[in-house]
Design a protein around this ligand. Structure first.
Ligand code: FMN
Length: 201
């Protein structure tokens, strides 16, 4: 069975969302590189997600369980967010607050590859990718790709389609998710980052 890549869209904007556009181009790049790759997109706006409040996982509503099941079924991820107030969206933050990281149980992101993408109105906040999104996935023990993608207004046309160099870079990011995931699959035991809690024991 092919590698399953899940795109996660942190934008709640009605279509067309620029963030969804960049996700779709990168996912197409992954499929073009390896035709056995399967892709899906988790649109947070389509789920009636609970707010995370620390309750037991089985007490969250059905939509929350369904979204978490999509994360657990995937082998790799492309995570995309619009920049809101110089950060990633609150919706994305709430979603990743819901994703478990139990060292003795559900820990779906550990050892998996994540590609990071952001769209924004301006160029000012490109470091959101390095200073906020990358540490989030470090927390989960995921392998984030060195290449990140930041598309601002000038990279999109009036129909909100990605243009020029951005398309090339997105295609490359999609390929890199596949290449690194396949390499890590060959040596899974050597590439499971330790859990932070275990490291502190
Ligand atoms: C509430 C809100 C806050 C925003 N904050 C920023 C910001 O801090 N910096 C920036 O460059 N763009 C900001 N923007 C612009 C969006 O990041 C940009 O339009 C993005 O591409 C929208 O993506 P979408 O079409 O997928 O929703 C903001 C937009 C909104 C609606």
């Amino acid at each position: 069975m092919g590698l399953k890549i899940l795109g996660i869209n942190g934008s709640l904007t009605s279509p067309p969302s620029r963030t969804r556009v960049v996700l779709d181009v990168a996912l197409a790049g992954a499929r073009a590189y390896d035709s056995s790759v399967e892709t899906d997109v988790l649109e947070l706006r389509d789920f009636n997600l609970d707010f995370c409040d620390g309750r037991p996982y089985d007490s969250y509503n059905a939509d929350t369980q369904r979204a978490l099941a999509m994360v657990e079924a995937a082998d790799a991820y492309l995570v995309a967010t619009p920049v809101y107030r110089a950060s990633y969206t609150g919706a994305l933050k709430n979603f990743f607050d819901l994703v478990p990281n139990d060292p003795n149980g559900r820990d779906p992101l550990r050892g998996k590859v994540v590609g990071l993408l952001a769209t924004a109105g301006s160029d000012h906040h490109y470091l959101v990718l390095e200073h906020e999104l990358r540490p989030l996935f470090g927390f989960f023990g995921a392998h984030t790709l060195a290449r990140t993608i930041y598309g601002s207004s000038k990279d999109f046309n009036v129909q909100k389609q990605a243009e020029g160099k951005l398309v090339e870079e997105l295609t490359q990011l999609g390929q890199e998710v596949v290449i690194l995931s396949q390499l890590l699959k060959e040596r899974p035991d050597n590439f499971q980052p330790a859990h932070l809690r275990i490291r502190r024991d």
